[in-house]
Design a protein around this ligand. Structure first.
Ligand code: FEO
Length: 164
């Protein structure tokens, strides 16, 4: 059985994960609007992964006989000044999510909810990957600078990303 404090915190995290999906979908639409289809595709896959994250939390609440309560998802930004600024925002966002996951681990451990703490281990590993993948693109974009050939090549590379 899930304690109320953990249940509330996970319900907030479900909302945050769906918000992440919405953010990346918005970034995908931005990349489509500037004709970077590979970047757009990468962000579309990222959005799908975020829905997967939300559903992992959802399933945990259901399996522990808790109550999922969905709440309103606020609108993310819809425009960025450059591909670099979009990916810098994505990296910043992932660092923020890592902090949220860490706080959940702290809470679950303090509440002696070891099943939740154990479930969260997957997210700890996932956040290492999420920060790495967004920051890698940030670094490549910085290297490319204003070189359109480089941007074209990175667009081709990012188009290869598949759903895990
Ligand atoms: Fe659900 Fe990108 O962390």
């Amino acid at each position: 059985m899930l304690g109320k404090k953990i249940e509330n915190a996970i319900n907030k995290q479900i909302n945050a994960e769906f918000w992440s999906a919405y953010l990346y979908l918005s970034m995908s639409a931005y990349f489509e609007s500037i004709n970077l289809g590979g970047f757009a595709s990468w962000m579309r896959v990222q959005a799908q992964e975020e829905v997967g994250h939300a559903m992992r939390f959802y399933n945990h609440v259901v399996e522990r006989r808790g109550r999922v309560t969905v709440s309103a998802i606020t609108a993310p930004s819809i425009n960025w000044k450059s591909p670099l600024s979009a990916f810098e925002d994505a990296f910043k966002h992932e660092q923020k999510v890592t902090g949220m996951i860490d706080n959940l681990v702290t809470m679950a451990t303090a509440e002696k909810d070891y099943a939740t703490a154990n479930m969260l281990q997957w997210f700890i590993d996932e956040q290492v990957e999420e920060e790495l993948s967004t920051n890698t693109v940030v670094q490549k974009l910085k290297m490319i600078g204003t070189n359109t050939g480089g941007l074209y090549m990175l667009d081709c590379e990012l188009s290869q990303r598949k759903v895990k």
